[in-house]
Design a protein around this ligand. Structure first.
Ligand code: SF4
Length: 713
C-alpha cells in the first residue's frame, strides 16, 4: 500500500470533504487535494488537513485496557477484554433484565457500524435501550422535516443549488467555523446577485459576510420566524395557489402568525421591525429562496416547533419542493445523516423505518432471521438514557461518543456513568468517558477501514481504507462479531455480524429496501465509480417504471419536486406559537449562555485535541462577553471568569467583543475540566425530538476571586 494514493473522505463533519491520502515511508500519511469530489472541490479546513495526525498520535490506544483490582486501567489481551465485556453485560442481563443493558452510539460511526450496533442491541442483547449522540445534533430538524414533508433528509437538494437561488436565510449556523469549505456556496450566491441573511445572536464570521444579520436573543428565533410570516401575510406575499395545491394546515398557521405582531416580535427577539421588513423583502422578492437551519434553532426545548416555524416560511411563499428552493438542515457530525437512518436511534429500524410499525418490524426481522416479536420496542432518548445510568440501566456499551464532554448537564452525566456496574468503551484514544470504563477497546480509525457515510446532502459516500491499522487495534465490526460469538451461546449469532464492511452493507441494502431511506440500489462499486449516490435509491426491481429498464436507479439528488412524502403528497404547516425557553434569566441568573464550536476543534475534541496544530490555534475554552458586561465585572481580556448555572460552574478566560449581545455569553463546548461548557447546559428536552436545550440557559457571570452581583444587561 506504500505510496498509493487513496481517494477518500474526511473523518469529521457532515460535509465529508473529499481528500487523497498517501502513506509516506516514515509511517505518516499525507493529505492532498482531491478535486474530483464536487462538494469541496479540493478545499479542506485545518481539521481535515491535519486529520492523519490522530492516526499516529502518541496517545493512540493500541492495546485493550481493563480495570485492575487496584482501580487502574491496565493493558490486557483482546480475549481477556472481550470476555470481561461479555461477562459484564451477561451478568447485568441475568440480574436486572435485558433493558438494564444500554448501548450508546455516535453520529461519526459509518453506516455499517451504526447498522451493526442497532442490530447487536436488538438481536444479541435484546435491549430497547439504545440511542446515540446524534440525538444532540439534528433531531429537532429531523422531527420537523418529517412532520412537514413526511421525510427527513438534511438537504433535499445538493449544495450546488445554493449559489443559484435568490436568497438564503441561514438560521443558527456558522459554516465559516464549522465547515469552512462550504462557505464558497454562500459567497458564490452573493456573486450571482443573491442575498444571504444570517440569524445568529453573535456576529460570527459567517454573519459578517451576510447582506443582513439578524441577532435575536437566544431561544427566540421561533418568534422571529412568526414575525416574518406575519409580515409576509400582511404584505400579500404568500403564494396562494401553491398553498392550496401543495399544503394543508394553512388557516391555523396563518392565524397563529397573525397573533405575532412585528412590534411584539421586536420586544421578544430584540430584532427591530425595519430589520424584519428588510428580511421579508430580501426573502420574497426573488423567484427562488431557501431556509437552512443548524444547531441554533434545533438545540432548544422547542426545537421541533422552531424549525417548523422556519419551514412555514418556505411553505407560505411556495419555496419548498420547487427547483432551487426549499428548507434544509445543515447536519453536523460526519455521518449525522446516515447515523440516524439505520437503527442506532431509540425508535428506528434500518432504512429510516419506525420500530413501532408492524410491517417494518416484519421486514427487518426477516432480513435478520429472527421472529419480529422478539424485537424490543422503542427505548429512551440519549439524555434520558444517560440519566438512567446506574439506576434502571446498569451496564453500558459505548461506541464513538464522549458524553462526559458532549452531553448537557455533563457533571451529572459523569456522575451517572460512574454509578454504572459496568462500562465498556470502544475508542481510538482514552477520551474522558473511556477513562471511566471497566474495559476500553482500541479500534480502527477512518483511514484504516472502509465504510460508507451519508453527508448532509443525503449523498452516500465510500470512505476507503488507505493505511493498515497499528498492531493491536481492531475494527468496531470485529468487536461486534466477537461479542456476538460470546453472548450468542449456541445460537451462532456471530454469523449475523460479518467483519467485512461490504458484506454488512449488502445486508443493510436489503434491510433498507422499501423504507424511506432506501439504499437497496446502491453498491460499493457504484459509490466508487459515481463519487456518491443520493438516497432514496431503490434496487432496479423496486425502481419507478421510468428507470427500471435501465437496470439502475440514478439516485435522488432533489426531493419533493412532484409531491411530498406524506400520504396525500402535501406538506404540513406547523401551527406553532412563541413560547419561552425552559429557563429564563432571573435575578440570580441574569444572563443567557449559548454554546457552539470553533473552527480548529471538532465536537467533544476527543480527536482534534490530540493535534498540536489545532491546539495551537484553539488551545482552550473561553467566555465570549460584551464589553458592557465585562466592565460591570471588572474583567479585562484574558481574565478568568466564572459562568454559573443551576447545574454547575465553569471557569475560562474572558474574550471581550462587541460581536455578542450584552445580555448573552458564549462558550465553545470542546473541552473537559473546569472550562467544560456542558457543565452548565440545560437538559430540558423538546417533547417531540427529545433534544436538550444546549443553546440557551440562564447563568450568572462572576469575576474569579471575588463574587460580584450578576449584572442586568
Ligand atoms: Fe473535514 Fe468538515 Fe473540514 Fe471538510 S469542513 S475538511 S469535512 S472537518
Amino acid at each position: 500500500m506504500q505510496n498509493t494514493v487513496t481517494p477518500t473522505h474526511c473523518p469529521y463533519c457532515a460535509l465529508q470533504c473529499g481528500m487523497n491520502l498517501t502513506p509516506a515511508p516514515d509511517g505518516t500519511v499525507e493529505v492532498s487535494e482531491r478535486t474530483d469530489f464536487p462538494v469541496n472541490r479540493g478545499a479542506l479546513c485545518g481539521k481535515g488537513r491535519t486529520a492523519p495526525a490522530v492516526l499516529s498520535s502518541r496517545v493512540r490506544l493500541t492495546s485493550p485496557l481493563v480495570r485492575s483490582e487496584a482501580g487502574a486501567l491496565v493493558p490486557a489481551s483482546w480475549d481477556e477484554a472481550l470476555d470481561r465485556i461479555a461477562d459484564g453485560l451477561r451478568r447485568t442481563r441475568a440480574e436486572h433484565g435485558a433493558d438494564a443493558v444500554g448501548v450508546f452510539g455516535g453520529g461519526g460511526l459509518t453506516n455499517e457500524k451504526a447498522y451493526g450496533l442497532g442490530k447487536f442491541a436488538r438481536v444479541v442483547l435484546g435491549t430497547s435501550q439504545i440511542d446515540y449522540n446524534g440525538r444532540f445534533c439534528m433531531s429537532s430538524a429531523a422531527a420537523a422535516g418529517t412532520r412537514a414533508f413526511g421525510l427527513d433528509r438534511g438537504l433535499p437538494f445538493p449544495l450546488e443549488d445554493v449559489p443559484r437561488t435568490g436568497c438564503v436565510i441561514l438560521v443558527g449556523s456558522n459554516p465559516a467555523e464549522t465547515m469552512p469549505p462550504s462557505l464558497r456556496y454562500f459567497t458564490e450566491l452573493r456573486e450571482n446577485g443573491g442575498t444571504l441573511i444570517v440569524v445568529d445572536p453573535r456576529r460570527t464570521r459567517t454573519a459578517e459576510q451576510a447582506d443582513l444579520h439578524l441577532a435575536p436573543r437566544p431561544g427566540t428565533d421561533l418568534a422571529l420566524a412568526l414575525g416574518l410570516l406575519h409580515l409576509i401575510v400582511a404584505e400579500g406575499r404568500t403564494d396562494e395557489a401553491y398553498i392550496r395545491e401543495r399544503t394543508v394546515g394553512w388557516e391555523e398557521t396563518r392565524a397563529a402568525a397573525m397573533a405575532h405582531w412585528p412590534e411584539y416580535v421586536e420586544r421578544i427577539t430584540g430584532v427591530s421591525v425595519p430589520e424584519l421588513r428588510e428580511a421579508v423583502r430580501l426573502f420574497c422578492e426573488p423567484e427562488a429562496a431557501m431556509v437552512l437551519t443548524a444547531r441554533g434553532p434545533e438545540q432548544q426545548s422547542k426545537g421541533t416547533d422552531t424549525v417548523g416555524a422556519w419551514i412555514n416560511l418556505c411553505l407560505a411563499t411556495g419555496r419548498a419542493g420547487r427547483p432551487l428552493s426549499g428548507y434544509g438542515c445543515l447536519t453536523g457530525q460526519g455521518n449525522g445523516q446516515g447515523g440516524r437512518e439505520h437503527g442506532q436511534k431509540a425508535d428506528q429500524l434500518p432504512g429510516y423505518r419506525k420500530l413501532t410499525d408492524p410491517a417494518a418490524r416484519a421486514h427487518v426481522a426477516g432480513v435478520w432471521g429472527v421472529d419480529p416479536d422478539t424485537l424490543p420496542g422503542p427505548g429512551r432518548s440519549a439524555y434520558e438514557l444517560l440519566d438512567a445510568l446506574g439506576t434502571d440501566i446498569r451496564s453500558l456499551l459505548l461506541m464513538g461518543s464522549n458524553p462526559v464532554v458532549s452531553a448537557p448537564r455533563a457533571a451529572h452525566v459523569e456522575e451517572r456513568i460512574r454509578a454504572l456496574d459496568f462500562l465498556a468503551v470502544c475508542d481510538v484514544v482514552l477520551s474522558e468517558t473511556a477513562a471511566l470504563a471497566d474495559v476500553v477497546l482500541p479500534v480502527t480509525q477512518w483511514a484504516e477501514e472502509t465504510g460508507t457515510t451519508t453527508n448532509l446532502e443525503g449523498r452516500v459516500l465510500l470512505r476507503r481504507r488507505a493505511v493498515a491499522p497499528p498492531e493491536g487495534v481492531r475494527s468496531d465490526l470485529e468487536v461486534l462479531h466477537a461479542l456476538a460469538a460470546r453472548l450468542g451461546g449456541e445460537r451462532g449469532l456471530e454469523k449475523g455480524f460479518p467483519t467485512d464492511p461490504e458484506e454488512v452493507f449488502e445486508e443493510l441494502r436489503r434491510a433498507s429496501a422499501g423504507g424511506p431511506a432506501d439504499y437497496s440500489g446502491i453498491t460499493y462499486r457504484r459509490l466508487a465509480e459515481e463519487n456518491g449516490v443520493f438516497w432514496p435509491c431503490p434496487a432496479p426491481a423496486d425502481a419507478p417504471p421510468a428507470t427500471a429498464g435501465t437496470g439502475v436507479h440514478p439516485g435522488t439528488p432533489r426531493l419533493f419536486l412532484d409531491r411530498f412524502a406524506t400520504e396525500d403528497g402535501r406538506a404540513r404547516f406547523a401551527p406553532v406559537s412563541h413560547r419561552a425557553i425552559a429557563e429564563e434569566p432571573d435575578d440570580e441568573y441574569p444572563v443567557l449562555l449559548t454554546t457552539g464550536r470553533v473552527v480548529a476543534q471538532y465536537q467533544s475534541g476527543a480527536q482534534t485535541r490530540r493535534v498540536d496544530e489545532l491546539n495551537a490555534a484553539a488551545p482552550g475554552p473561553f467566555v465570549e462577553l460584551h464589553p458592557r458586561l465585562a466592565e460591570r465585572l471588572g474583567a479585562a481580556e484574558g481574565d478568568p471568569v466564572a459562568v454559573v448555572s443551576r447545574r454547575g460552574r465553569a471557569v475560562a478566560p474572558a474574550r471581550i467583543t462587541t460581536a455578542i449581545r450584552p445580555d448573552t455569553v458564549f462558550m465553545p463546548f470542546h473541552w473537559a475540566g473546569e472550562g467544560r461548557a456542558n457543565t452548565l447546559t440545560n437538559p430540558a428536552l423538546d417533547p417531540t425530538s427529545r433534544m436538550p436545550e444546549f443553546k440557551a440557559c440562564a447563568v450568572r457571570v462572576e469575576a474569579v476571586g471575588g463574587m460580584q452581583p450578576g449584572p442586568r444587561a
